[in-house]
Design a protein around this ligand. Structure first.
Ligand code: G6P
Length: 610
């Protein structure tokens, strides 16, 4: 997830681009750059670091231009560095990109054979070279871009300028966000409206497969392939600038909850081949041979990432039949764990910088284990020091309470478990194909599950005065009970406990009276009937049951005072779907209790102290 901006108009483009990038910094902040055109020459200025660093690097220079592009990067391919920062250039073509190009490797190899020289590790640079290669064949800027994009698979929103046709900027989108801003004699492209809200509130939203040509006279849009002109409606935005930064959401946490379908799509894109029933092991920087040798797995993490680790154990042991141990990082590093030679340690961390997790990772390496890091931040300490890395492509997570990073970690663990099971011969190819087919439907099912928001809000209104809360789950959803309780504690300051439902009778049942809400996770799996009995036990002691169940499970409804129904998925992916109402419930309770949702007291997003 990156931020792009482009400007064509009558004012100096440089400050417009820098201001726009500052508004987009929430989309990525590991490197930044701008490109601008003067006298048929494009100048590119880039640097690793934040927009402030870019701004400082050009301070005092009298840069002026009326057409330019800007980019703030959230690294997906290639570490954060000046060479990998956008804009990228090939000949006179300069481009910024947000998205992921799935077939970049093949395209790059092909272009290299034809003599193209690459200067970065990014997937983006191939689009630049492709457009350049077609323009060298005599095609116009527009046609070269149309032709190049026919070869590109994946998601993109791009802005392109060309020294040979300096009066125009092109913008195209497919599955990545792009908006166009229409001012008086000036026009903008951007990943998000706040980038240009200071200058105009009139926007056009292009669809997938549309190409926009932007000059200082106006914007014209046509089908990328059909070339047919498309008439678009202009919308007037009424958001305040603060709202706009959060994409219209009141808090980053809510925005990030709603970003999950996109985050999961980006995390699975290009990472498996459904027809062949194969996981793309290159993306895990692992070899099938190495996987085959693994006979023991340790999953190590902190906080919400530790909950992902607990779920990972259920997935790995069930699918691949390899024994797993799960550790909280601060425990692992001091408990003198016995790590056999053929062990793999999987470290799970959104930030890649959590001090305890890094220390545990180093301890594991000292003990001779190979480490796989499942991490969201490219180039972070965990990612750099691990032997193998799987990046979750959830984009920057700003809210302290982790949501989209968590569900993309689960998605990564699901893919890993399938890869391991395949290497071990523990799953048949038909079973693997079924698992892939369910994974492909996951973004859509998450989208559907998010429609539960209003029903969750009603539950929150009913219970936000509660002093205590109990969350019950069984099997693979027991860690989701822990996660629901943790979120409630973290952001609404209500005391909450997550428990394996079968253990309720060994303690927490003593707490139940008519003031105690109990949220029961009741997907229609093999322990469904068991959790129904636990709900009965709560009812008969006067507790209030909130059931979270699979669509159509009427039996859950009769045993609950409130019920929330979710789309059906397979056993391994229920934690992804069932975490959604729990994250939303904690969110709404915190808002109703007037708590600071994005920055809860005493907590930090990345805990870099022990
Ligand atoms: C902090 C955050 C949590 C996060 C945990 C682990 O406690 O508030 O949201 O789950 O750190 O962070 P990591 O970046 O290692 O996943």
């Amino acid at each position: 997830m990156c931020g792009i901006i482009g400007y064509v108009g009558k004012r100096n483009a440089i400050p417009v681009l820098i201001n726009g990038l500052k508004r987009l910094e929430y989309r990525g902040y590991d490197s930044a750059g701008i490109a601008f055109l003067n006298d048929n020459k494009i100048t590119v200025r880039r640097c690793a670091g934040k927009i402030r660093d870019l701004e400082n690097s050009i301070k005092g220079e009298r840069l002026r231009s009326f057409i330019g592009l800007g980019h703030t990067r959230w690294a997906t391919h290639g570490r954060p560095s000046e060479e990998n920062a956008h804009p990228h250039r090939a000949g006179g073509i300069v481009l910024v990109h947000n998205g992921i190009i799935e077939n970049y490797f093949e395209l790059k190899e092909d272009l290299k054979k034809k003599g193209h020289v690459f200067t970065s590790e990014t997937d983006t640079e191939v689009i630049c070279h492709l457009i350049y290669s077609f323009s060298q064949k005599g095609l116009s800027f527009e046609d070269a871009t149309r032709e190049a994009l026919k070869h590109v698979e994946g998601a993109y929103a791009i802005g392109v300028i060309n020294e040979r046709e300096p009066d125009r900027m092109l913008a195209v989108k497919k599955d990545s966000p792009l908006v166009l801003g229409l001012g008086e004699g000036e026009f903008f492209i951007a990943s998000d409206i706040p980038a240009f809200l200071k200058y105009t509130r009139d926007v056009i939203i292009p669809e997938n497969g549309e190409l926009a040509v932007i000059t200082d006279k106006g914007v014209s849009i046509s089908g990328l392939i059909s070339k047919k002109p498309v008439r678009k409606q202009t919308t007037r935005i009424t958001w305040s600038p603060a709202m706009a930064e959060k994409g219209g959401y009141r808090h980053f946490m809510l925005k990030e909850i709603y970003e999950q379908p996109r985050a999961i799509s980006d995390t699975i894109r290009g990472r498996f081949f459904p027809e062949k029933g194969v996981v793309n092991l290159e993306e895990f920087s692992l070899r099938a041979g190495d996987l085959k040798k693994v006979n023991k797995i340790f999953l190590v993490a902190c906080g919400t990432s530790w909950h992902a680790a607990l779920i990972g154990k259920y997935m790995i042991e069930d699918m691949a039949r390899v024994p797993c141990e799960v550790d909280i990082a601060s425990e692992f590093r001091y408990r003198r764990p016995i790590v056999p030679e053929d062990s793999l340690v999987i470290v799970i961390t959104q930030s890649g910088e959590t001090a305890d997790t890094i220390a545990a990772q180093r301890e594991a390496q000292k003990l001779g284990a190979r480490v796989l890091s499942i991490c969201n931040v490219v180039g972070s300490t965990s990612a750099r020091e691990a032997d193998s890395v799987f990046y979750t492509h959830s984009g920057p997570e700003i809210g302290v309470a982790s949501t989209k990073a968590f569900t993309t970690q689960l998605t990564g663990l699901y893919l890993f478990s399938i890869a391991l099971a395949k290497a071990k011969g523990a799953l048949k190819s038909g079973e693997i194909k079924e698992l892939f087919s369910e994974l492909l439907q996951l973004p859509e099912k998450v989208e559907k599950a998010l429609r539960i928001n209003n029903a969750v809000l009603k539950v929150a209104r009913k219970f936000y005065h509660a002093r205590d809360f109990l969350y019950l789950g069984r099997g693979i959803n027991y860690p989701i009970a822990l996660e629901g309780a943790l979120k409630l504690k973290e952001i609404s300051y209500i005391h909450a406990e997550g428990y394996p439902a079968g253990e309720m009778k060994h303690g927490p049942i003593a707490l139940i009276d008519n003031n105690m809400p109990v949220l029961a996770l009741a997907p229609d799996d093999k322990v469904f009937e068991k959790i129904l009995s636990n709900m009965e036990e709560v009812n008969s002691r006067g507790g209030k049951v909130i059931a979270v169940a699979t669509e159509g499970a009427a039996k859950a409804l009769v045993r609950a005072s409130h019920a929330l129904f979710l789309p059906k998925t397979n056993y391994y992916l229920t934690p992804v779907i069932f975490s959604i109402p729990l994250h939303l419930l904690a969110y709404h309770m915190a808002v109703l209790r007037k708590c600071n949702v994005d920055q809860p007291r005493n907590l930090a997003k990345s805990v870099t102290v022990e």
